[in-house]
Each structure stands twice: as C-alpha cells, then as structure tokens.
Design a protein around this ligand. Structure first.
Ligand code: PMP
Ligand code: GLN
Length: 381
C-alpha cells in the first residue's frame, strides 16, 4: 500500500484533548482543557429552544443573521469605541477556530511567512502549514511573557504576509498595551503585512484592566482580522459560534473563502445569542465572574509550594513547578493525572523553538467545588 503523503507529518493530537481523555481514564479532576463545567445563563437555553420552535432551523444568511451582526457591532462599539459595519465588515463563524482558519486561508499562499509568538496556541501552526505557509516563531520574554518588538522587526522579510497575535493571551493571561500596538503599527507601516488578532478572551479581564483590541489602532484596524468567540464569553464552547471583524475589502475576501468552507453557522444559536447580547451585562459581567474564580483558585494555591503571579486575564493560571524534581511539564502532568487525581496542561506543546519554562496551566472555568477538590490534590507537592 502507498504511504499517505501527510500535509501535517509532525502534528499530534491536541494536548487539550489528550489531557481531557486522561482525566476521564484516571477519574481525575479536569482543570486541563479550557471549557466551563457549568451551564450558561438559563435564559440563553430558553431563547435557543424558542427560536428552534419558531422555525429558525434552516440555513442562516452566509455572513450571519442580521440581528447578531448588529449586536456584535454594538458590543464592539460599547467596549472598544470602534465601529464595524454589520453588513460589510462582520462575519459570523463556526467558532473562532474557523475564523482563524479562514483568515489564514484568505491571506496565506505557499511559502508566505507568518510571525507567531510562543507559547503558541496549538491550532495556529497546523492551520498555517495546511495553506503552505511557513511559521516564524518568536519566543515571548521569559519573566513577563511580553513581546520584544525589535525581534519582530528583525523577523520581517519580504515573504512576511501576516503576524498572528493573541490578546488576552492563552496560556499566559497577559494583554497587549497601547505601546505594544504602537510598536506593531510602526513595524508594519508601508508593508504588505496583515494582522490576525485572536481576541477570544476579550471580556475575561481582571483588576479593572480592560482589553485593548488591535482594532482601536486606526492603522492596525485597516490591516486586521479581529476574531472572537461566544464560547468564552457566554460559557457555550460547544455551540461553536464566533466572528471576524475586518475592513470591507478584507471581509469581501474572507467571505469568498467562508462561503465554501462552512457557508453559514447554526441558525437558532445565532438568534439566541443576538437576544442575550441586548443586555450588555451578558458580556460586561464576565470579567468579575471569572475574577472571583481566579481569586478562589489563587487563595487555595497559597497553601501549596507552587509559585505564581495571578493571571491578568483569560481563565487560565500558570503555576511554577521549579521546586519539584521534574525536568518537564509533560512528565509532571502525567504524574498528576495518574497519581494525584488532577489533570493540568503542560507548556511543552506551546513551544516550537525554545525550551518551555517550568510552568503548568490550570483552567479555572470550573465550579468552586471542582476547583477546591482539584487544588487540594496539589497541597502535599
Ligand atoms: N483561540 C484561543 C486562544 C483559544 O484559547 C481558543 C479556545 N478555545 C480558541 C481560539 C478557539 O475558540 P473556538 O472554540 O470558538 O473555536
Ligand atoms: N482553547 C481551549 C484550551 O486552551 C481548548 C479548545 C480545544 O480543545 N480545541 O484549553
């Protein structure tokens, strides 16, 4: 039999799926994969079922239902003071993953280079490779996980077609600042380099700090695909509804690909989300909600030997395991899931060129009992 010529010869099963499976296999508390273990607002379930009963069960319009695109425009204006036209600049997607994939397909041809930052979210590299592109990783600075912009300027070549940003950042919980956006704008000025900005944790920010979208910088906005997901904001990762904001010309190109990749997205879910977004508390309250969970987690962690800096955003907390006799996070997380009834995420799969620092990731999108039980398993380490 002929061997299959894989386009992704080095790609393995996602670490999130692997550690969730191990949690089930060993009966461990799953603080690994990023998803809530609680239900969304019951009103959201009610309106979903209402719209299904109201015959909203056939294909939605290709760019998304009008009501949802308008609600997204209002939400973005409300939080970032930036306008996007619902008709020509907003497209509803099957989660952020499809939006990222489609933006990459829109931009990247064979041998184009894409600058990414490690720790890197696991989907980015294979999606770039599937389109024939080349990943150019830059490692975030070790202590603060910040971007060294002179390294970015040095990495730009005439093949660079895009820079892929993730803010707020999974797994570091950091956010880009105004200075970062200014530096980025300076670097790409006058170049045919575009931005893909993954902002799925846009509403999960803490300690009165707000997310600053790439779209707030006028020069970046002109060249950016800004992507988000309702999975994170409304506790519905399984609904897979997200969106892409981009200027008219970029959206037109994005939609050429979108219409044949997915055509349209779950209709009753779009109507239900549009309804819920009418109440701005649905997204404005999520930061406070998760800050309480972060605080519950970090209070528990104080009773352990793990060092940490409280996450500034996202629902992930990194903890430093350098006091333990483990060379890497993979062996530690395997030990923990098999012997200590807790599943966490190692950082090694997020690193392509540098050695992963000695941190593991905890997901705190969990109810308080799950969090308490999970962390009590770390106390004697
Ligand atoms: N980007 C990042 C940084 C993520 O953490 C996730 C996690 N789920 C996604 C994209 C994917 O979002 P979605 O589930 O909406 O596809
Ligand atoms: N983004 C989630 C995480 O970081 C997982 C999503 C997935 O499993 N694809 O854990």
């Amino acid at each position: 039999m002929e061997t299959f010529n894989s386009k992704l010869p080095d790609t393995q099963e996602s670490i999130f799926a692997v550690m969730s499976k191990k949690a089930v296999e060993f009966g461990s508390v799953n603080l690994a994969q990023g998803f809530p273990d609680f239900d969304p607002d019951p009103k959201l379930i009610d309106v979903l079922s209402y719209y299904a009963k109201q015959h909203k069960n056939q294909y939605a319009p290709m760019p998304g239902v009008q009501e949802l695109r308008e609600a997204i425009a209002n939400k973005h204006l409300n939080c970032q003071s930036v306008n996007y036209c619902p008709n020509s600049e907003i497209t509803v997607t099957a989660g952020a993953t499809q939006a990222i994939s489609t933006a990459i397909s829109t931009l990247i041809s064979k041998d184009d280079e894409v600058i990414v930052f490690e720790p890197i979210y696991d989907a980015y590299e294979p999606l770039i490779q599937l389109n024939g592109g080349k990943v150019i990783p830059i490692t975030l600075e070790t202590t603060e996980f910040s971007i060294n912009w002179s390294k970015v300027a040095d990495a730009i070549s005439d093949k660079t077609r895009a820079i892929l940003i993730n803010t707020p950042h999974n797994p570091c919980g950091t956010m880009l600042t105004q200075d970062d956006l200014n530096e980025l704008a300076k670097i790409i000025k006058g170049k045919k380099v575009y931005i893909i900005s993954d902002e799925v944790y846009e509403h999960i920010t803490f300690d009165k700090k707000q997310h600053l979208s790439v779209s707030t910088h006028p020069e970046l906005k002109e060249k950016a695909f800004v992507i988000s997901s309702f999975g994170k904001t409304l506790h519905i990762t399984g609904w897979k509804v997200g969106y892409c904001l981009a200027p008219k010309e970029l959206t037109a190109e994005f939609r050429k690909a979108h219409q044949f990749i997915v055509y349209s997205v779950n209709t009753p879910a779009q109507y239900a989300i549009a309804d819920i977004l009418q109440n701005e508390e649905s997204y404005l309250s999520v930061g406070k909600f998760y800050q309480e969970k972060r605080d519950t987690l970090t209070a528990k962690l104080l009773g352990t030997n793990f060092k940490f800096k409280p996450a500034k955003s996202t629902y992930f907390q990194l903890i430093d395991y350098s006091h333990l006799n483990y060379d890497d996070g993979l062996s530690l997380t395997d030990f923990l899931v098999e012997n200590k009834s807790i599943s966490l995420i190692p950082l090694e799969p997020f690193y392509k060129i540098s050695r992963a620092p000695k941190f593991v990731r905890i997901c705190f999108a969990k109810n308080n009992t799950t969090l308490q039980t999970g962390i009590s398993n770390l106390i004697d380490l």
